[in-house]
Design a protein around this ligand. Sequence first.
Ligand SMILES: [Zn+2]
Length: 408
Amino acid sequence: MDYEAWWLILIPILFGLGWIAARVDVRQMMSETRQLPDSYFKGLNFLLNEDHDKAIDAFVEVAKLDTETIELHFALGNLFRRRGEIERAIRVHQSLLSRADLPKEERDHAQHEIAQDFFKAGMLDRAEAAFKAVLDSSFAVSANRSLIRIYEAEHDWPKAIEAVKHLHKILDEPVPQLIHYYCELAQQAMQSKQPDITYIEMQLKQAEQALLKQQTALLTNAASVRIAMLRAKLLKIQADMAGERKYLEGILANAPEYAGLIAADLLDNYKQAQQAELGLDLLRQHYMSHPSLDLFKIVFSEFRGQKGAKPAWEFASESLRLHPSLLGLDKLLEVELKAAAGENGSGHEGEILPDVELSLLHKMIHKHTQRLDRYSCSSCGFQARTFYWQCPGCNMWETYAPRKLEEM
Ligand SMILES: [Zn+2]
């Protein structure tokens, strides 16, 4: 009996304790909730109602009242930037930066964020200044990489080179496009009326050094082809035809897929030495083992110029039989039409269609092939008639293969 009586007293006591514990919890929660300013809930409400301007104003108010909402601002700014609402992102970060009591680490963070806002908005000057302001902070690596991208977009190669050097002081990470910066400088200098040979030589040496250093990080041999092409061009400027030929033939041997880019120069080199036929033979043989449209066009028109329409037609029809190509056919018909008009159809009468049909066929095929007669960026798909080492669409390097769209 005594035992049961104890239980009867214990149960209400336990209930009482539980009730007190619950009350204490609720009170604590209430007091925590009261610490959050009303603006926070207003802001949240505006945000949920997609009224972003008022939401920002409300959150700015929160930040003024409570220093612990800095993270909220960063989240908000990031959100707006990602949504492409750059002006709003800038406003959020500016309001952070305008606070005198912001700790240094947070100030650097806000500065880095606003730099990214400017960069995304295409305000490169302001982005550059903002990134430079955090070069000595914990955001140095990221800021340095962004500066490199800015200078690339502005084609400011000396500054891009400086930025890479700066990056390499804090981080040993490969920057393969450094080779191209030096190549761009060399190429620019070669275009002047009085090329500064010593300066060009210096840039090419730097490019070669960068190539040696980063060989393992490279995905393609495009950079070494480019340097060899520039070396050949420099020797041509210096009237060293044997030297130029050595570099161009080196490309044929080491990077045969790039033949189309250098075939015209190589042919010119042979022509200058009165060896046009030898040059044509070399390119024709190369075409047999490494066919490409660009090379086909050059060999075909040279064939026609040197040996007349009939052997050119024979070469072309044989090539087209081995590697059927609409672009090739397009070029072939063009020459056939010219030959028919100029030579009154002599030489290969009966082998081809009457002129009117030939002309119609050429028009139809040409319309179709114009779209295929382009190089294309493997990164963004930008198409171009000329070959680029850096895509004008997305600023990426070595994204163009030396082949036309039809061959892809
Ligand atoms: Zn691109």
